[in-house]
Design a protein around this ligand. Structure first.
Ligand code: AMP
Ligand code: SF4
Length: 460
């Protein structure tokens, strides 16, 4: 069963007359980060209102619904997936009413010690509305004393893992990023309003100007157009999830000042240097393999072709919950262009291999379309370790790279050759070492509590 709170997208805006409409458009720009559910909460300074639903942003919201979300402040969320039972209650933002006021909250990431905190809170009288780990923050805040920011900072100290939180009160917006900066979060401005988003592509869409990235361990309070910054933890080394560069983020987004397309292209160039191959044509897997394929082709001086075409109207392969549906999804989504492939030695570039489902299908598809040979080149290192920070591979068993050596994988996927980019090649492409690379080398930036024990137990 899929977990809650896997890779998601958050957006917030403070002090804009069109807050809900702009949130709607920004969430559409972040749609690639989650297609299973979305929600918006707005505040007019007195009352917080919410609307959320299952599916794509444009399936959930209508003009009438957005008009009802009156107010100049707003936060929104797109969920990658909700709980296995597809419960609307787990779609964020969550809205809490208490005697002290209203609070809306949304989150991208995963809190690794949420189980223990929840247990403690429940033993002390807290009643949880959802099964999401994000809710623990709301209950923790309630238990502390002092001003809201004091209580928030006090609460964040207890949380371990990856989180980019947005919290909306009647007249204040709070932003918090985990002390390792595992999830991306940027601040911008439009007119007199501050905006905050998981990715800068949301700013471009609504005409906002990028100001800066939120720092690891930073807590920001926005009120009446004023932005105040403080820390809940000492700013540690930034360890942004490497998969943001490789797969999650949109090519037009900037992560810590690095354009995602440019990083992927450099990954392709480095891959061509590390694992050259004699071939007639380079083909990228749409969408996230394309930038690396361009880089590879350029460096290897082999023509780049659109040998695989994606049907834009079908969702991402991973979204379908069952393996059976996922297998079907790949066939529905991608098709080979026979005339570009027949009798050719093909280099096939994808951004990553997780379970191996996609690449097996694609190699077969190219062979059926008449390829003489298919040389697979992966623009990321081998994923050998599970992720506990909000990405949907949490066990060793599901990772083909954890179970098999490269040559065995080559045989399993039916490729004529297979090579992955080295971690050094990835770091070189990014231009710095400020990344989490735990799924490649097992060097997790945080404690993992029972998560790793469970994964290790299941591995035996
Ligand atoms: P798999 O088919 O399981 O090997 O997954 C790899 C494919 O899914 C690649 O084509 C990637 O573009 C994409 N992908 C990589 N990481 C993820 C992820 N965490 N969630 C969803 N899709 C992913
Ligand atoms: Fe990202 Fe991998 Fe680190 Fe998870 S383990 S946060 S997927 S780099």
């Amino acid at each position: 069963m899929r977990k809650i709170n896997e890779e998601c997208g958050v957006f917030g805006i403070f002090n804009h007359p069109n807050a809900s409409e702009l949130t709607y458009f920004a969430l559409q720009a972040l749609q690639h980060r989650g297609q299973e559910g979305a929600g918006i909460v707005t505040s007019d300074g007195n009352i917080l209102k919410q609307y959320k639903g299952m599916g794509l942003v444009n399936q959930i919201f209508t003009e009438t619904k957005l008009k009802k979300l009156r107010g100049q402040h707003s936060i929104g969320h797109v969920s990658y997936t909700t709980s296995g039972d597809g419960n609307l209650l787990n779609v964020q933002p969550f809205l809490f009413h208490s005697q002290s006021g209203q609070l809306a909250l949304c989150h991208n990431g995963n809190i690794v010690n949420s189980k223990a905190i929840k247990h403690h809170l429940e033993n002390n009288g807290s009643i949880f509305q959802t099964t999401s780990d994000s809710e623990v923050l709301a209950h923790l805040v309630k238990k502390q004393r002092g001003t809201f920011i004091e209580r928030l900072k006090e609460s964040l100290v207890y949380l371990e893992g990856a989180f980019a939180f947005l919290l909306l009160l009647e007249d204040e917006l709070f932003i918090a990023l985990d002390k390792h900066g595992l999830r991306p979060l940027s601040i911008g401005k439009i007119d007199n309003a501050y905006v905050v988003a998981s990715e800068t592509c949301a700013f471009e869409t609504i005409g906002a100007k990028f100001i800066r990235d939120v720092l690891p361990g930073e807590v920001i309070r926005i009120s009446e157009t004023k932005m105040e910054t403080s820390n809940y933890a000492i700013n540690g080394k930034c360890q942004l999830c490497a998969m943001e560069y490789i797969y999650f983020s949109r090519p037009d987004s900037e992560l810590l000042g690095n354009n995602v397309h440019a990083v992927r292209k450099r990954c392709g160039i480095n891959l061509a240097n590390e694992a050259p191959v004699d071939a007639d044509v380079v083909i990228g897997v749409p969408d996230s393999g394309m930038s690396s394929a361009i880089g590879f082709a350029e460096k290897a001086r082999i023509p780049f072709e659109l040998g695989i075409i994606k049907n834009k109207y079908i969702g991402r392969t991973f979204i379908e919950p069952s393996q059976k549906l996922r297998d079907l999804g790949v066939k529905l989504k991608l098709s080979a262009v026979r005339s570009l492939i027949e009798n050719k030695n093909v280099v096939l570039i994808d951004d990553s291999i997780v379970r191996g489902t996609t690449i097996i299908k694609l190699v077969k598809m190219l062979k059926v379309a008449g390829a003489k040979a298919v040389h697979v080149r992966i623009a990321a290192p081998i994923i050998k370790f599970p992720c506990f920070y909000g990405v949907d591979f949490t066990t060793y068993q599901e990772l083909i790279g954890a179970k098999h050596k490269t040559d065995a994988i080559r045989v399993l996927i039916g490729a004529d050759s297979l090579a992955y980019l080295s971690l050094a090649g990835l770091i070189d492409a990014i231009g710095n070492k400020n990344i989490c690379s735990a799924c490649f080398n097992g060097e997790y930036p945080t404690h993992l509590y029972e998560k790793i024990e469970k994964a290790n137990l299941e591995r035996k």
